[in-house]
Design a protein around this ligand. Sequence first.
Ligand code: KIV
Length: 295
Amino acid sequence: MTAAVRMTVPRLAAWKEAGRKIPMLTCYDFTMARILDACRIPVLLVGDSLGQVVLGYDSTLPVTLDEMIHHTRAVTRARPWGLVFADLPFMTYQPSVAHALEAAGELVRAGRADGVKLEGGARSVAAIEALVAAGIPVMGHLGLTPQSVLALGGYGVRGREAVEAETIRRDAAALEAAGCCSLVLESVPALLAAEITAQLRIPTIGIGAGPGCDGQVLVLHDMLGLFGEFRPRFVRRFLEGADLITGAVEEYVRTVQEGTFPAAEHSYGPGGKTPACDPKRTTPRGAGSPEAGGE
Ligand code: KIV
């Protein structure tokens, strides 16, 4: 495949102008980053949903900056064509602008992120302005902001009441003015999301926000059907992944126990070369490639 020019932040705005929808997905590791990148996903989000779907926490609140850097680096190691944005975790930007600069700087420097996402409206403007001034692209996040779950009292839809809808409208305008390059709208009524999308020059990315946004994001584990019985209205399962994996693993268990796996074709004979690297690897010099040790 010829090396394509990487996606850029200015091109995101151009996609909006051209009416080209932006499909975004969360991603937390190298293997998935390679698969998603082969599908030309223009934006990968290392979301702090990492906490629930990968690390087994009960919310995003316990996620640390080190965990975010670790997973962001795993994703960026795949050198994706698409942009990689990483969430600033809880309490890495709320305390002060200096905290925000330090944490975002680490996600870009050590994690090699192309930009960061943070939650909140007017209260986050000072941090956003400082990050943008430092050259770090920032994605905003309004509506349901999971890092505020304790104050909000749950994960319900936001902006159904006129006063809250107006706050979200004003916050959206404030985030654009502060320099955000795009804005996630989570769990807001479709009409409100469409109205905000029409008012902003920057692209909006919806999740539970209807079809009127400039783009869409889903948590990868939700759309692949990997995350248990979690089925909110806004998630479409494009795969029943847990069922498929269960079937494959049950087959593995059965074949190992009945002695039909491994068979002769999976076994080494006495001759042949030693594998050039760890035979578990599936990268070009790994097992199964012509360069790996054969029979
Ligand atoms: O952490 C996350 O996955 C997110 C998306 C839901 C937008 O913030």
